[in-house]
Every structure is written in structure tokens, then in C-alpha cells.
Design a protein around this ligand. Structure first.
Ligand code: DGJ
Length: 562
């Protein structure tokens, strides 16, 4: 008897102290900010998300064997993959997280982290991934109505019934993650997918019209510096889109807030972009999503969303890099939530790093035998994977160090500016891309210059590694480079199919200068590990990066002459 009581007491003690839970809780992932620069921390250390996103519908155990090999070949450290409302709550109130459990188990075996995409009320504007009991019940979960009374297949953000149902499921998901994932295999969650509505600037149903006549909420007035009034009075011709953006933003925010109360992982939204150069009308693009013109509305509406992240399917340099300029803000860390997986997009990795991005996630990286061409590559094969793998291998080996550098130092990214994709030009332009075929060009077109302070950098593309021949561009355009300022006269440089040269800027004009030392090396546990000095042919014609990226620490110097 005494023994039994002792055993019971011991068991109770262990239960209470949590010793039965075999794994110690790791530190929660967080997004941190320092002087307008950002980092995601995982296990308490800065983490560079070198991600692969699956195709849609890969969210079942049967698809996973087609996913992991590509993740491995790419050297990705993170898998971005959907979790659908329809699969976790097929019948109302009955939850099934078996896919999430399988996924987490396999990710741990592969030592890969996860970002989960909550496909629910909105997946590319529609409720396709909502359970049947939601998407077939338009009375309880009403859809958006156009101005002329048509019903669209996009749920309205104006109904508590929809919000409460989605929120309840999301809260269950976060509660489940908290319970099963003390290791923090899941490091971030995307709330919904490409929210918004195609075909109308907003909901014009009677319910929505009533709200539209009401005063604009004070918080939005404060954030925009506007005087009180109803939506039309305050925002004029932008009122319809701003109204939709605000209400979708509030809806998503309430879901994120409730989820974070359970388990506070970083949360973000991804954006079906409008073309920044010729945007068209709201509704032609996904109205209400956080397109570049309504980022400020979203920031006011959704304080629990840590970042607004672009999905980049513009192949051309001008548009892809403009998108990064628009979304990398002091109040918004850049994370490339999706980018096409075809060859022209690879080089934009360097621009993302230059903008201090938390990560990069090419879309459709699996062997499920689907291709979203013309957005991405036509077929998934070695050729698609290799250039990503080349970059991820190098940046993966210094992920934490790079993320730390980019949190604390100025960085500049460059990618080859002249587009060379020719096939299906009409198609790209139909999709709003600004791509141009390569015609006769000047060497200047293949030259980028950047003032770094005391020094200037020049990046050129498509010239032999030896000699001064003018740049002619690579065919296909594939070059890029990133420069981080480590200290006075000292830079970390990584490039690919590009030449990087330095010269004194205005500050040092007229001075004699030289490379003091160029070291190739790598990082180990935060420490720089020297491998060799680049000199002679390797530096006489600038720093030439050819078939694979190298990591260089460059020390520049001036010297006096008599
Ligand atoms: C962007 C969406 O977010 C993805 O889920 C996918 O539908 C792509 N577009 C197109 O393949």
C-alpha cells in the first residue's frame, strides 16, 4: 500500500513538473528589429529562411515522398507547405491534425523546419480550401456581391459567422502545434493565402453597404492623418478598395491575434501583387489584399501580422526588383513568400539579400509532376533545381551568420538587369510583366554602380574573368552579387556569374587604392574561417564569380605616393 501511494505521488510530481514531456521547449521563433533592419530568430539565433514551397495540394502524407527529395537537392533548410481548413475540420467541430503530425515527424527526421500556410477563408481570393460545410452554405457564410448584384466566389469579410468559424479552426491548429512542437519545427505561419477578391473592388451586399456608410474607424484616421467622415467622404475614389482592404485586414488580424494567444509564432500574409508600373483597377488584381497601394491600410488594420510578403511572378528585372523596394520597409521585413521557380527568377535572390530579406521561397519545388508554367518552370528537373542549390549551399553554410550580418550592417544586392527570356514574350506581357527581348545593348546596360560610402562598387555581367572586355551580359541573364559592409574599408561579397570591382568614391577621390587583402573563406559557429587569399588573376580584373558563388572578405586600402 505504502509503495502504491509513493508511486502515485511520484507520478503526480512528474506530471506537474512536466518531466514526462521528454523534450525541453526550445526558444520561440521571433522577428526582431534593429534600426530598421530585421531578422527571424530560431532557437534564439538569427535564421535565414532558405525555403522551398510545394505546389498546392501537396498537403497530404501521400505527396510528401515527392517533396523531400527536392528540398534536399536544393539544400533548403525550410519547407513551406499548406495546411487546409478542409482537411483539419472536415465536419464542423471535429478536428484531425494527423497530416500536421506526419509532416512534423518527417521534417524532424530530415532536419528541415516548416512554415505552414493556413488555406482557409481565402486561397487566391476563393474559399476553395474551406470545408464543404462552409463553402456550400452561402447563407451562413455569404460571398461578396458586385455592384450590379452578381455573387462572386470570394467570401465576404463582413460576417462574424465566417470569421468565428475560421478563427475557431485556426486556434485549434495553433493549440495543437503548441502541444506537439516543443522543438519549434514549425517556425512561422502564413494566415490565409493571397486574400482579396477578383472581379470587384469590394463587397456591395446590403450588409457591406451599411458598414460602408458608417464613419471610418478612428485608428485608420489616425494612421492616415484624415478627417472624420464615411468611407467615400474620407477616401474618395480609393474608398472601395481601402474599405475592402481594411475589413479583410481586420478579419485576418483577429484570426492571427487569437492564434497567437494560443501559441505566438511569427505570422504573415502573402500578396497577389498588382503590377507596380501598370496596376489596372482593383478587382482586375486581387482587391483588398495588401497590394503596394494599401500597405499602410493593412499596417493599421493588422498589427498582429508581423509582415506583408510579396509573391513575385514578374520575370523581368525592373518589376521584380521594384516589388522588393516597395515591400522592404522599416515597418515591414522583406520575406519573399513565393517566387517563380524558373531560371530568370533565381538571380533575384541577391536583390532579396541586399534588401535584408528574412528569406526566399521559390514556389512549386516538388516532384508532384505539376507545373504552374507560365508563372514558373515548364518541368521540374535538375536544371531548375541546380541554380537554387548553388546559392542555397553557400548561404546555407552561413545562414545564421548572414542573418546576423544583415540585421546589423548595410547590405546591397544586385542582379543582372537585362532580361534575356525570349519565349512566349506575348504571354508574359499579357500577364503584366515588363520583359523585353535582348536587342543591341550598350556595355552600360550591363553595368550597375553603387555608392557604398568611401567606396563605390561596380557590378558587370557577361565578360571573361580575365581581361577588360566590356560586359555583354550572360545568356540567359543569371548574374548577381551581394555586398555587406562589415566595417571601415571591409566588405563581405558573394557573387555568381558577375564581376564586382571597387574604386574610391567621391570621399576618397584621387587617392591611390588597392585591394589590401581578399580572403576566400566560410563561417563556422559565427567565426570566419580563412581558406585562401585571392590575388593575381583572381583580383587583377576585379572579383570574378563564375560557375559557383564564393564568399569573399574584401579589405580595401588607399596609399600615398611621393
Ligand atoms: C500564388 C498562390 O499563392 C499559390 O498558392 C499558387 O496558386 C500560385 N499563385 C500559382 O501557382
Amino acid at each position: 500500500m505504502k509503495k502504491t501511494i509513493f508511486r502515485l505521488l511520484t507520478a503526480a510530481f512528474f506530471c506537474i513538473t512536466g518531466v514526462f514531456q521528454s523534450v525541453n521547449a526550445a526558444e520561440l521563433p521571433k522577428i526582431i528589429e534593429r534600426d530598421g533592419r530585421h531578422a527571424l530568430t530560431v532557437d534564439g539565433k538569427p535564421y535565414l529562411l532558405l525555403a522551398a514551397q510545394t505546389n498546392n495540394s501537396a498537403n497530404y502524407p501521400a505527396a510528401l515522398p515527392d517533396v523531400w527529395p527536392v528540398v534536399e537537392q536544393m539544400h533548403a533548410n525550410t519547407l513551406v507547405i499548406p495546411v487546409a481548413w478542409e482537411q483539419v475540420e472536415p465536419d464542423e467541430g471535429e478536428f484531425d491534425f494527423s497530416f500536421v503530425d506526419t509532416l512534423i515527424k518527417q521534417a524532424r527526421e530530415k532536419e528541415v523546419r516548416l512554415v505552414l500556410l493556413w488555406f482557409a477563408t481565402w486561397k487566391n481570393n476563393a474559399p476553395h480550401y474551406a470545408p464543404s460545410w462552409v463553402k456550400l452554405d452561402n447563407r451562413r457564410f455569404p460571398r461578396v456581391k458586385t455592384e450590379d448584384g452578381k455573387t462572386l466566389n470570394s467570401l465576404s469579410p463582413h460576417h462574424r459567422s465566417t470569421l468565428e468559424a475560421d478563427k475557431k479552426a485556426f486556434v485549434q491548429l495553433m493549440r495543437h502545434l503548441k502541444k506537439v512542437d516543443r522543438q519549434r519545427t514549425v517556425i512561422m505561419v502564413q494566415v490565409q493565402n493571397e486574400v482579396g477578391t477578383y472581379g470587384s473592388a469590394r463587397d456591395y451586399s446590403d450588409a457591406a453597404q451599411k458598414v460602408f456608410q458608417q464613419p471610418v474607424p478612428q485608428k485608420l484616421l489616425d494612421n492616415t492623418g484624415k478627417k472624420p467622415g464615411n468611407w467615400r467622404e474620407v477616401f474618395g475614389k480609393d474608398a472601395d478598395e481601402f474599405f475592402h482592404a481594411w475589413h479583410i485586414g481586420r478579419f485576418v488580424d483577429e484570426i492571427a491575434e487569437a492564434g497567437k494567444q494560443e501559441y505566438p509564432l511569427p505570422m504573415y500574409v502573402n500578396v497577389a501583387l498588382r503590377n507596380p508600373y501598370h496596376p489596372g483597377e482593383p478587382g482586375q488584381y486581387s482587391s483588398g489584399g495588401a497590394t503596394d497601394n494599401v500597405i499602410h491600410i493593412w499596417k493599421a488594420a493588422a498589427p498582429h501580422i508581423d509582415m506583408i510578403s510579396p509573391d513575385i511572378y514578374f520575370r523581368d528585372h525592373k518589376t521584380a526588383t521594384r516589388v522588393m523596394d516597395l515591400y522592404a520597409r522599416e515597418d515591414n521585413p522583406l520575406y519573399i513568400a513565393e517566387i517563380g521557380n524558373d531560371q530568370p527568377y533565381v538571380r533575384y535572390f541577391f536583390d532579396a539579400m541586399g534588401h535584408g530579406a528574412l528569406g526566399f521561397a521559390p514556389f512549386g519545388m516538388d516532384n508532384t509532376k505539376y507545373s504552374n508554367f507560365p508563372l514558373g518552370a515548364e518541368t521540374m528537373d535538375e536544371k531548375v533545381i541546380k541554380p537554387f542549390a548553388d546559392l542555397y549551399r553557400v548561404f546555407g553554410a552561413m545562414g545564421s551568420e548572414w542573418a546576423e550580418i544583415s540585421l546589423n550592417h548595410r547590405t546591397w544586392g544586385f542582379s543582372e538587369p537585362v532580361d534575356t527570356f525570349a519565349p512566349d514574350k506575348e504571354l508574359w506581357n499579357a500577364r503584366g510583366s515588363d520583359g523585353e527581348e535582348k536587342t543591341e545593348k550598350d556595355p552600360e546596360d550591363y553595368t550597375q554602380r553603387q555608392n557604398l560610402g568611401d567606396w563605390s562598387a561596380e557590378i558587370t555581367y557577361g565578360r571573361p574573368a580575365f581581361w577588360i572586355d566590356p560586359p555583354k551580359g550572360n545568356n540567359p541573364a543569371s548574374g548577381g552579387a551581394v555586398i555587406a559592409e562589415l566595417g571601415k574599408n571591409e566588405y563581405l561579397v558573394v557573387g555568381y556569374h558577375a564581376r564586382v570591382s571597387f574604386s574610391p568614391s567621391k570621399e576618397l577621390e584621387g587617392e591611390q587604392f588597392t585591394f589590401d587583402r581578399v580572403e576566400e573563406g566560410h563561417f563556422n559557429d559565427g567565426e570566419w574561417v580563412f581558406e585562401r587569399v585571392w590575388n593575381g588573376d583572381q583580383t587583377d580584373w576585379g572579383l570574378n564569380f563564375i560557375y559557383r558563388p564564393h564568399v569573399l572578405k574584401v579589405k580595401l586600402a588607399t596609399y600615398e605616393i611621393d
